[in-house]
Write a protein that binds this ligand. Structure first.
Ligand code: NAD
Length: 488
């Protein structure tokens, strides 16, 4: 049986100007492991977004208001306090994330929430380290730069790592002194709403963090709003393009973290058993609903048979199960719609002549109506096939073969995306040579998927632009002002 939960889930409201407000329209948020409704949340209207932006603007511009009067050091302490509150409520947040998204509780508890805490603490430290420079120009001038908050930021979040990807944006936004209108994905609003309560408990001043739930229409209202200075978006490439167009009229600053189809390249001289583990982790972690999933596996021909045999044996052991069970490593696909999309890609792979080596089907867990899929591996995939070119965003791996470095670099780069890549080899020179030649924002060597709050993450090509995490994110939440003083 799918485990029952003790977590009490209240219907969602909007957080505007420090107050929780009801909305006129509501929609269901579903538990993908059971297909049942968890609760209802508000579909924020354009007028709700308007109120949220007005509150954020006031909090940003009021020079005698709490936010503007707060020193950088106090801002840092506030962000640290938020991290402490997430830590204190980790179990509840992890369970909410698993219920709403379908990811194994193992991931929510030991990866998502700990990284949320780490990212907040990392940016708490940055609050006091954001500064301009004095620059020597003329004898008769005193010239310096100021790094100022960019203003009101609109944060639009996807459903795959709901609170984690929110923290990647919230951390630098708060550290830089911006104010925020944030929209979680319609599939997974619950942890963001709970985080809003924690922000109030921590003492985040009214209007600094506003949360509006809803779908694409709410997102469009944020993107088009003239009171917002910058949009930070994580989501699909198709929506990223719409956002760029939508933001053009008001010339908002935009950073986009978009889709991926990351190549995972295994050379014959690698530690094969480790590479097999890395390939499994690369595609099946997070049910494959991971922007940097290693969804294109390139195996050197010489070791292809041995590698695929070991790969399939491991994949078969990884069967989907109740996400709340601590032993589960493959959870439920986030929604029925996403499950159908993934099944559509599996059909497309078969039609195009790829060989389905394992998986390919929906499965019932404990006789329930949850959205579970088997781990799926295709062999004999051509690089031009749909399953090798398009982001599936599910537990489906396309395996391809190659014979030399030039060939695999060419194949790996022949894709619209450039988010991440991995190289498995014992040859250091080869590892670095290939890493330089790959057009990707992150390259892992002899590992897959590692992240750290201090290291920038983002894409080349259609995977977007701008970087999140690390010191580079600070640039995207600030403007640079040059000041000239005439000493003559
Ligand atoms: P999505 O693009 O459908 O939705 C993302 C968010 O945008 C949601 O909050 C949604 O409500 C909102 N939205 C939808 N249409 C909008 C519009 N026209 N205007 C404004 N907002 C709009 O993406 P998704 O299905 O939630 O997430 C999956 C995608 O996210 C995948 O493509 C994945 O690769 C990508 N992703 C990228 C990264 C990264 O760091 N590069 C990380 C995670 C996910």
């Amino acid at each position: 049986m799918i485990a029952a939960t003790k977590t009490k889930i209240e219907p969602g409201r909007l957080l505007i100007d420090g107050q929780w407000v009801e909305g006129s329209k509501k929609f269901d948020t579903i538990n993908p492991a059971t297909g049942e409704v968890l609760t209802q949340v508000v579909e924020a209207s354009a007028s709700d977004v308007d109120h949220a932006v007005a509150a954020a603007r006031r909090a940003f511009e009021d020079r005698s208001g709490a936010w503007r009067k707060m020193s950088a050091s106090e801002r840092g302490r506030l962000i640290w306090k938020l991290a402490d509150l997430v830590e204190k409520n980790l179990e509840e947040l992890a369970e909410l994330e698993t219920l709403d998204n379908g990811k194994p509780i193992f991931e929510s508890r030991y990866v998502d929430m700990p990284m949320v805490i780490d990212v907040l603490r990392y940016y708490a430290g940055w609050a006091t380290k954001i500064h301009g420079e004095t620059v020597n120009t003329f004898e008769t001038a005193f010239t310096y730069t100021l790094r100022e908050p960019v203003g009101v930021v609109g944060l639009i979040i996807p459903w795959n790592f709901p609170l984690l990807l929110a923290s990647w944006k919230l951390g630098p936004a708060l550290a830089c002194g911006c104010t925020i209108v944030m929209k979680p994905a319609e599939q997974t609003p619950l942890t963001t709403l709970r985080f809003g309560e924690l922000a109030m408990e921590a003492g985040v001043p009214a209007g600094v963090l506003n949360i509006v739930t809803g779908g694409p229409e709410t997102g469009k209202a944020i993107v088009g709003h003239p009171g917002i200075d910058k949009i930070a978006f994580t989501g699909s490439t198709a929506v990223g393009k719409e956002i760029m167009r939508g933001a053009a009229d008001t010339l908002k600053r935009v950073t986009l973290e978009l889709g991926g189809k990351s190549p995972n390249i295994v050379f014959a001289d690698s530690d094969i058993d480790n590479a097999v583990k890395g390939a499994i982790n690369g595609i099946f972690y997070g049910k494959g609903e991971v922007c940097n999933a290693g969804s294109r596996l390139f195996v050197e021909s010489k070791v292809q048979d041995e590698f695929v045999e070991k790969l399939v044996a491991r994949a078969k052991k990884l069967q989907p199960a109740d996400p709340l069970d601590p032993k589960t490593r493959l959870g439920a696909i986030v929604s029925q719609e996403q499950m159908q999309t993934v099944l559509g890609y599996i059909e497309a792979g078969k039609k195009e002549g790829a060989k389905l080596i394992t998986g390919g089907n929906r499965v019932s867990v404990d006789g329930g109506k949850g959205f579970f899929l088997e781990p799926t591996i295709f062999g004999g995939v051509g690089n031009e096939m749909k399953i090798a070119q398009e982001e599936i965003f599910g537990p489906v791996l396309a395996t391809l073969t190659f014979d030399d470095i030039d060939q695999v670099v060419d194949l790996a780069n022949r894709n619209q995306y450039g988010l991440a890549a991995a190289v498995w080899t014992r040859d250091v020179k080869k590892a670095h040579t290939v890493s330089r030649q790959l057009r990707a924002g992150t390259v892992w060597i002899n590992t897959y998927g590692l992240m750290d709050a201090a290291l920038p993450f983002g894409g080349y090509k259609s995977s977007g632009f701008g970087r999140e995490l690390g010191m580079h994110a600070i640039e995207h939440y600030t403007e640079l002002k040059t000041v000239w003083l005439n000493l003559a």
